[in-house]
Structures are given as C-alpha cells and as structure tokens.
Design a protein around this ligand. Structure first.
Ligand SMILES: NC(=O)c1ccc[n+]([C@@H]2O[C@H](COP(=O)([O-])OP(=O)(O)OC[C@H]3O[C@@H](n4cnc5c(N)ncnc54)[C@H](O)[C@@H]3O)[C@@H](O)[C@H]2O)c1
Length: 247
C-alpha cells in the first residue's frame, strides 16, 4: 500500500497512536507533518522517520484553536507543496467524575477532541479540493460507541460526535473524492490509557484477546484508510478493539 509522494498531516503525533501512524505513513512513502503541542517528542518522531529514509517535519499546532488549524494547513502546503491525507488523532482523556466535572474542563475536552476535527477537516479539505483527491481519518473510540467508561462521560460524547461528523463530512466532501472514515480503537497501551495495575488487569481480562493493543495495531487500520486502495469506503467506522465490542 504505497503512499509515495502523498503529503499527510497527523495530529497528536508526538507519541502513542499518532506517532505509530506517522512512522507507518513515512515508511509507506508519505511526507509527514508531525503535529503536536509537545515538540521534543514530535522532533524525535521526525528523526525516526528520517532515519528510515522518509521525509517529515514537526509542526506546532494546538488543534483546539481554529486559527492555528488554518495556519497549519497553510504551513504544510507551503513546505510540502500539497496535502492529501489528514489524520485527526490528537485528544485528551482526563478521568473526571460526573460530580467533579467543571465547565472549564468540559469545554477543554470538547475543544481539543471535537471542535478540532471540524475546523482542521474543513481547512484541510479546502487544500484537497483542487486535486479532487483526499483521505481523512478520524480517531474515535469504543467509548464513542458505548459511552465512555470510568469517569469518561464527556470524552465518550466527543468520540461519539466524531462518528457523526465523519458521516456528515463523508457525504459533504464526496463530490471532490475526499473520503472520510473513522477508526474506533479499544484499550491501547499509551499514556492516555495510563491506568492503575488493578484496572489494567480488569481491562485485559474483559478482552477476548486478553491484552491491550499496541499503538501500531491501531496505526495499521488508520494507514489503510489513508491509501489509494481504500477507494470505495467513506463514512465508515472500523472497530479495532480486540473483540471487546462486536457491532
Ligand atoms: N489509548 C487508548 O486506549 C485509546 C482508545 C481509544 C481511542 N483512543 C484515541 O486515540 C487517539 C490517540 O490517543 P493516544 O492513546 O495515542 O494518546 P496519547 O496521550 O499517547 O497521545 C496524544 C497526543 O496528542 C497531543 N495533544 C494533546 N492535546 C493536543 C492539542 N490541543 N493539540 C495538538 N496535540 C495535542 C499530546 O501532546 C499527545 O502527544 C486519541 O484520539 C484517543 O482518544 C485511544
């Protein structure tokens, strides 16, 4: 599945699923914009892609700010010459109970996890329209399917919102052959899923495969939707959850 000369933006690419996706896109031949607010690990990801013979550059962008999203797209197109692929991956999942949730933390989660997807998708699609080609992949969650578990009510709502937006954008951008799909991971071994040992064991035991996913196993699914081979799928959600939830 070659991505030769395609240009890809991956948000939240300094670590976890985003970093794994950026690395795989780079080794498939894409030029990768490694986007994050945490620059030292983002630069490391760029170094790893370059060491593998690929082309990448780190870009600072707080995806919760629409003006920064629009500037990011301008900067990426100025640097790499075009834009073909967007992976909306950046998110936060602070574990806050219903009782402890504040308006400030509620808005922060909506802005980083959901508002970002709308504004970065719109800015990116404008750059893709003239080429009549595009691939957009939104990272949702099993929490978006069933309602977030363990103090993740608002997080789950943002991830459900992403599924609705994916379908709506898929219809809206189809005339320009810009395909929009989602991947809904189950529990993945990353910083975001930092759980106590006891809870981790419960999560592992409840999974038919009896383990958390490695970030690369989610990246494999994301990268498929980024390729030219994924030409007849739009508005779809691929559940990659080790069999925890069978739709
Ligand atoms: N880890 C899991 O179990 C799991 C399960 C389901 C879905 N997901 C989803 O996968 C995606 C990646 O999660 P992860 O587990 O790799 O998380 P992670 O915490 O390891 O990485 C997230 C990255 O996003 C960046 N980020 C945070 N806020 C940002 C902002 N405002 N602007 C730009 N970048 C920002 C962080 O700096 C970090 O590098 C998220 O959308 C998450 O909801 C994760």
């Amino acid at each position: 599945m070659s991505l030769n000369n395609r240009v890809a933006i991956v948000t939240g690419a300094a670590r976890g699923i985003g970093a794994a996706t950026a690395l795989k896109l780079g080794s498939a031949g894409a030029k990768v914009a490694v986007v994050d607010i945490d620059m030292p690990p983002a630069e490391e990801v760029v170094g790893n892609i370059q060491a593998d013979g690929g082309d990448a550059k780190a870009f600072y962008c707080d995806v919760s700010k629409p003006a920064e999203c629009e500037q990011l797209v301008r900067d990426v197109v100025a640097h790499f010459g075009r834009l073909d692929v967007l992976v909306n991956n950046a998110a936060i999942c602070p574990r806050i109970s219903v009782e402890d949730m504040t308006e400030e933390r509620f808005d922060q989660m909506i802005n980083i996890n959901l508002k970002s997807v709308f504004f970065l998708t719109r800015a990116s699609a404008e750059a893709m329209k003239p080429n009549n080609y595009g691939r957009i992949v939104n990272v949702s969650s099993t929490g978006g399917r069933i309602g977030g578990l363990v103090n993740a009510t608002v997080y789950g709502a943002t991830k459900a919102g992403i599924l609705a937006m994916t379908k709506s954008f898929a219809r809206h951008y189809a005339p320009w052959k810009i395909l929009v799909n989602a991947v809904a991971p189950g529990a993945v071994d990353t910083r975001l899923m930092a759980l106590g040992e006891d809870f981790r064991r419960v999560v592992e035991e409840s999974s038919p495969l009896k383990r958390l996913a490695d970030p690369s196993e989610i990246a494999n699914a994301i990268v498929f939707f980024c390729t030219e081979d994924a030409s007849w799928t739009t508005g779809a959600t691929l559940d990659v959850n080790g069999g925890v939830l069978m739709m």
